[in-house]
Design a protein around this ligand. Structure first.
Ligand SMILES: Nc1nc2c(ncn2[C@@H]2O[C@H](COP(=O)(O)OP(=O)(O)OP(=O)(O)O)[C@@H](O)[C@H]2O)c(=O)[nH]1
Length: 466
């Protein structure tokens, strides 16, 4: 039978998408097929004679050498994966199938570039992790920290910032910022004139490298020139409400170079992050709305009760005392009727501000209804201190308020409840304070019935005309 020589097939090896590398016993390339240039970026003549290990990513070198010596003892390795650094500095993931040829004293290996597969898998994992993080993170800082870690698994991310844009104030803030050369971010108001602002304004990613700098406007070139930056990559955070900020990666001289692929990757991740941030902001807003009064920004009834329960638990534990002051503005309706609801709103805000100025940081001023406020005085040293506190609140409101050009004077009726004298539970104390306030309003009585408190007979909490 006629046998055909296979020698011409050698030329067709160059058609293969996988690369063939032959390495001698010292680990130097002695043959590489044409596909090597596509995968590693080096021409065959640049690789021949070079130690294979020099091209391996430093972190992967020890295990690569270990596997190479196993192959040389005759154990074929069909699925070994490691990472190489291409000539242009990019990292490629390679899957190897290698065998030792005893006869030729060489290692023959077929290399498959699995970078895209690896990136797709990493991206998938990252997206899942981002979505998990958005649900699990307790606050925005924890979310950004988590996101930094996730991005760090996809890209070199030693210098990473999250910039958020407040359109109302035209201000950029950096709720997350890690930067080896610029530890504190520069707060900008107005935001214009920064690279971040450029990304947010255009809603487009921006990649600045020494090679691409010439194509950019002078003001952007200046910013980069100033900072010994090697590479600046910013992508917009595009939410359903528009661009809410930007993610920024930086690399300084001698560091990593980002490429177009990195830009695409970061943009893709950024879209998921924008959704996560938006969801988190919405959740935070809902939480705020559930606890605070929208008009005055004071704690609402629910949060007051939470704090009161906590304060009572502590007072029980430590045999402490506390006071609850119930305030209802007198003839507030007239303000609305005479000057309009908007003036009434402003008056309520002004009252809230004044009340807050009268108490300590640890105390709570809450708005629990239309013109009803409750002040919780914690760690009350003596029951006698409650009445002067009520007088102080009343005194603060006694000063005229100028709203929309109207000079208004509004006074509250105040009722006081003391723990433990007037009750052991939040409900009992609030009811007691409400009743005392009601008596004060109706009868011009003092906050505490005289038989209950010796200092309460001064009429300091009696209602006054507005
Ligand atoms: N501007 C404004 N008014 C409110 C708001 N919430 C409730 N009100 C009004 O506040 C008034 C409270 O009612 P009352 O406490 O009975 O009125 P008052 O004139 O203070 O009555 P007395 O306490 O008996 O002196 C009502 O007219 C409500 O419509 C609010 O958020 N803004």
């Amino acid at each position: 039978m006629e046998t055909k020589t296979c020698a011409p097939l050698g030329n067709f090896i160059d058609l293969m998408l996988d690369a063939i590398c032959v390495v001698d016993a010292e680990g130097r390339f002695v043959f590489v097929s044409a596909a090597c240039e596509r995968i590693f970026g080096y021409a065959p003549e640049e690789m021949i004679g070079k130690p294979m290990i020099d091209l391996v990513l430093p972190e992967d070198r020890p295990r690569t050498l270990q596997v190479a010596s196993q192959v040389m003892t005759g154990q074929p390795k069909p699925h070994f994966e490691n990472r190489y650094v291409r000539k242009d500095g990019q990292v490629v993931h390679i899957m190897w199938s290698a065998r030792w040829s005893e006869q030729e004293q060489v290692r023959v290996a077929v290399a498959r570039d699995v970078t895209e597969l690896k990136q797709a898998a990493a991206l998938q994992t990252a997206l899942y992790a981002i979505s998990e993080a958005a649900h699990a993170a307790e606050d925005m800082l924890a979310l950004f920290r988590h996101i930094h870690r996730i991005i760090g698994e996809l890209l070199p991310a030693d210098n990473f910032s999250v910039a958020l844009y407040d359109a109302e104030r035209d201000q950029l803030s950096f709720p997350y910022h890690v930067d080896v050369q610029e530890p504190s971010p520069v707060l900008r108001k107005p935001a214009a004139g920064t690279l971040c602002a450029e990304v947010i304004r255009s809603s487009q990613p921006l990649l600045l490298t020494p090679e691409t700098l010439d194509g950019f406007p002078a003001h952007l070139r200046q910013i980069v020139g100033r900072k010994s930056l090697c590479c600046w990559l910013g992508v917009p955070l595009n939410s359903s409400k528009g661009t809410i900020g930007a993610l920024v990666l930086k690399s300084y001289s001698g560091g990593v170079r980002y490429g177009e692929k990195d830009k695409e990757l970061l943009q893709f991740v950024s879209n998921q992050i924008a959704t996560a941030i938006e969801r988190h902001q919405l959740y935070a807003r809902l939480q705020y709305m559930a606890q605070y009064d929208e008009l005055t920004g004071l704690p609402n009834r629910g949060l007051l009760f939470d704090r009161l329960h906590t304060a009572l638990a502590r007072a029980r534990r430590e045999q402490g005392q506390l006071a609850l002051l119930y305030l209802d503005l007198d003839k507030f309706k007239q303000v609305n009727d005479t000057h309009g609801h908007a003036v009434g709103d402003q008056l309520l805000r002004a009252v809230a501000r004044r009340l807050k100025l009268c108490v300590r940081e640890a105390d709570t001023v809450a708005r629990i209804g239309g013109d009803e406020f409750v002040v919780l005085l914690e760690s009350l040293q003596h029951p006698e201190h409650a009445q002067p506190a009520a007088d102080k609140l009343r005194g603060a409101l006694d000063q005229p308020l100028t709203i929309d050009g109207h000079s208004l004077r509004i006074l509250p009726s105040i009722g006081i409840a003391l723990y433990p004298e007037h009750g052991d539970s939040a409900q009992a104390l609030l009811r007691h304070a409400d009743d005392a306030m009601y008596r004060a309003k109706k009868g011009g009585e003092s906050c505490l019935p005289p038989q209950e408190h010796p200092l309460s007979g001064d009429g300091g909490c009696a209602p006054q005309p507005a």
